[in-house]
Write a protein that binds this ligand. Structure first.
Ligand code: P6P
Length: 337
């Protein structure tokens, strides 16, 4: 396979990026890649299998659990368990963190926070969905890993990534040394390097937000939306509105084309809707590593204090200059009281 660099080969080549790791993080990333291929197989034939629809259970978010997100959750937890490198999995689908059996994880040094199938409400309408993951080093040194090992600040992440199950399936990740994207080649069942050293454009002309919540937006967001919609040839406005309703797909598009994704506070989500630990922090790490910016409208996402597993945050993320403009209007019209 001349010229093709698989995810596994790339990870091994980059082993030197982790001076203290003796291959554990590499194995962890490969375990995640394997689970993503299994989930991808099921997502791609979801319409043919009895795995669409709901299982009749509700997750801690109060959302109907669809069969595929339960399946995806099981696949990632199983891969992370069998790999032996992970001691705790914190998942959007589980109320509490999932401790990995002590026998298997006695030497495990990593914690994984994951949204196994983000945007799963789009599955039934054949719209792109994604997986988001975040990896921390275990802090506790003896006994069982604890919740404190999970509730680490975003700046402590050693790796983060997402998988987008779209027109093609891609795995995009960072270990703090830039961002690289791999496209799944189904003919060989491998993720192959297709987007080396990804950088998000500093400027963009796409804004992505659920304008159905307009009346409940902070004034600063309303002012920013009007700024996007005003005719101004010099700054290529009006911008284009694009909203898929799947965080991974909206942010991935902006990564490639430039743009801003905003999920602000609303009346139904006074702290924002998206979860800090396994959605906002990993995506913020990736976008910052690609040269973008990620804040809650005021402060850097990665600096936020993490106090609970499923805590939520407002998020303004994407092309640096677009996020800065939105923050300027937030600070002018929606100053923190
Ligand atoms: P709304 C999907 O349910 C999700 O968690 C994100 O992937 C997405 O960006 C957001 O919620 C969509 O939320 O309220 O616009 O439907």
């Amino acid at each position: 396979m001349s010229g093709i660099l698989t995810l596994g080969q790339f990870i091994i080549e980059k082993q030197s990026d982790f001076p203290y790791a003796k291959g554990e993080l590499s194995r962890l990333l490969r375990d995640i890649g394997i689970a993503a291929k299994i989930v991808n197989r099921e997502v791609n034939k979801a319409g043919l299998m009895d795995i669409l629809g709901e299982v009749g259970t509700i997750n801690i978010q109060g959302e109907n659990q669809k069969k595929l997100d339960v399946f995806a959750n099981e696949q990632f937890i199983s891969a992370l368990t069998s790999g032996g490198e992970c001691c705790i999995v914190a998942s959007e689908e589980n109320d509490e963190f999932v401790p990995i059996d002590a026998e298997v994880s006695k030497n495990a040094r990593y914690i994984v926070a994951i949204d196994p199938l983000d945007g799963s409400s789009n599955i039934d309408v054949n719209v792109a969905v994604g997986t988001i993951f975040s990896i921390y080093r275990r802090k506790s040194t003896d006994g069982k890993a604890t919740l404190e090992d999970v509730l680490q600040q975003g700046t402590e992440q050693v790796a983060a990534g997402y998988v987008i199950y779209g027109s093609s399936t891609m795995l995009v990740y960072t270990t703090g040394k830039g961002v690289n994207g791999f496209t799944l080649d189904p003919s060989i069942g491998e993720f192959c390097l297709s987007h080396p050293n990804m950088k998000i454009p500093t400027d963009g002309t796409i804004y992505s937000i659920n304008e159905g919540n307009y009346v409940h937006f902070p004034d600063g967001v309303k002012k920013y939306l009007k700024y996007c919609q005003i005719e101004d040839e010099q700054t290529s406005r009006p911008y284009t509105s694009r909203y898929i309703g799947s965080m991974v797909a909206d942010i991935h598009r902006n990564m490639i084309k430039g743009g801003i994704f905003i999920y602000p506070t609303t009346s139904s989500a006074p702290n924002g809707k998206l979860r800090l630990v396994y959605e906002c922090n990993p995506m913020a790490f990736i976008i910052e590593q690609a040269g973008g910016r990620a804040t809650d409208g005021y402060n850097r996402i990665l600096d936020q204090q993490v106090t609970s597993l499923h805590q939520r945050s407002a998020i303004f993320i994407g092309s640096k200059n677009m996020v800065l403009k939105a923050e300027e209007l937030m600070q002018q019209y929606s100053a923190l009281t």
